[in-house]
Write a protein that binds this ligand. Structure first.
Ligand code: S3P
Length: 425
């Protein structure tokens, strides 16, 4: 249960970046030798990735946020004897498919009820173009998926969506293929795969929105410090801006520009926010973020920014409900195919809290200066909905409760404990 706070103060350490944690396991598994990850996100999604690679014959030890992977090189994975269970993780499902298409064995992939509804044609099509034998078992372009590994050929793929999962699946399939494979996106999506492959000694070149990988380049185990996840920091950035008497220092946050759209939004809305101690760690930009109670104004968020803040839209909608004037979020139809249909689930819950909000085909229109009222949040088992509305609960009148608060386990298991530490009621 969450209640309105009178102040919010403190210093927060954010758990490791989810996208980088997944990629660390995947690249560590197909690299030669030992990879060590510090600051690994110990959430359910990343544990799904570990368990899949263990089933593919890779020894992986995890103790809290420290992970050691005994990589076996590009050709070291072995046939799984069980279905690879990707749980709730779209990232695991899509990116691992790119790797599995090029193996000399058959794999079966499946996940939870949400995964079984999420679109997989976006990876199946281009991987089939590369010669892959990958299909949806039920013929509905969703998981369960069967992959009969085979030799692939390179392609130049022009992706209709800005999706790092699609891009990463193709680049990783390309890694197992002689020649150059490239992906061009409408807008650049998060580039952790490209940065990390190069950090492991691979060869990816990026020009504008086109990434090209040179195939059959050996990767070498690395020691990687994973920074805090800006998608998790986003909840506390918004809390610090919205709550009365708030000052939060959010430490060690990944500020990679392909992820940091929320920082641009906060600046444009007039938020009191400073980036301190900016540095580069394991090839990724990192900063500490200081936020304070702010007066904000509504803005329009569209195409250019959407890929760099797609996971933050639920909490940005909460932020917008407190700004002066209207905020319009558009060009964000991708929200419909996340862990829940986030256009619907954000609008349903903000409306239930008393906010005027209108869903649109590709986003939403949020009226500002709204008084929110505590209610029972329908999470739809979507971690980002639960956390965004917990932040709304900190400024709402009355009590805010959740049908499934445990769904935060996916990306931020210590979320409610962190709120406990910084709040004054
Ligand atoms: C992710 C990419 C994004 C994002 C997801 C994580 C990744 O999805 O929404 O939470 O780690 O590659 P899309 O690739 O579908 O845009």
């Amino acid at each position: 249960m969450i209640e309105k706070v009178t102040s919010l103060k403190g210093e927060i350490q954010i758990p490791g970046d989810k996208s980088i944690s997944h990629r660390g396991i995947m690249l560590g598994s197909i690299a030669e030798g030992i990879t060590e990850l510090n600051g690994f996100l110990d959430g359910a999604d990343c544990r799904s990735t570990i368990s899949c690679f263990q089933k593919l014959g890779i020894a992986i030890q995890k103790e809290a946020d420290h992970v050691v992977i005994h990589g076996k090189g590009l050709h070291g994975l072995t046939a799984p004897t069980e279905v690879l269970d990707t749980g709730n993780s779209g990232t695991t499902t899509r990116i691992i498919s790119g790797i599995l298409c090029a193996q000399n064995f058959t794999s079966h992939i499946n996940g939870d009820a949400s995964i079984q509804k999420r679109p997989m044609k976006r990876i199946i099509r281009p991987l089939q173009d590369m010669g892959a034998c990958i299909y949806s078992d039920l013929g509905n372009d969703c998981a369960p998926i069967t992959i009969k590994g085979t030799a692939l050929h390179p392609i130049h793929y022009s992706s209709p969506v800005a999706s790092a999962q699609v891009k990463s699946a193709i680049l990783l399939a390309g890694l197992f293929t002689e020649g150059e494979t490239s992906v061009t996106e409408p807008i650049l999506s998060r580039n952790h795969t490209e940065l990390m492959i190069n950090g492991f000694g691979g060869e990816v070149t990026s020009i504008g929105t086109c990434a090209t990988i040179k195939g059959l380049t050996d990767l070498h185990g690395q020691k990687i410090a994973i920074p805090g996840d800006i998608s998790s920091a986003a909840y506390f950035i918004v809390a610090g801006l919205l709550c009365k008497n708030a000052e939060l220092l959010i430490k060690n946050v990944n500020t990679n520009p392909t992820r940091a759209g929320i920082l641009k939004v906060v600046k444009r809305m007039g938020g009191n926010m400073k980036l301190l101690n900016e540095r580069i760690i394991s090839g990724e930009p990192v900063a500490d973020i200081l936020v304070q109670t702010s007066n904000l104004h509504g803005i329009t968020i569209d195409k250019e920014l959407i890929p760099s803040l797609i996971d933050e839209v639920p909490v940005i909608a909460v932020l917008a409900s407190q700004a002066e004037g209207q905020t319009v979020i558009k060009d964000a139809a991708e929200l419909k195919v996340k862990e829940s249909n986030r256009i619907d689930t954000v609008c349903e819950n903000l409306c239930a809290m008393g906010c005027h909000i209108t869903p649109t085909e590709d986003g939403m229109i949020i009226e500002g200066n709204q008084t929110l009222h505590g209610t029972r949040i329908q999470t739809h088992l979507d971690h980002r909905i639960a956390m965004a509305f917990a932040i709304a609960g900190l400024i709402a009148e009355g009590e805010t409760t959740f049908d499934h608060p445990e769904c935060i386990e996916i990306s931020y298991p210590t979320f409610f404990e962190t709120i406990e530490k910084i709040q004054n009621k």
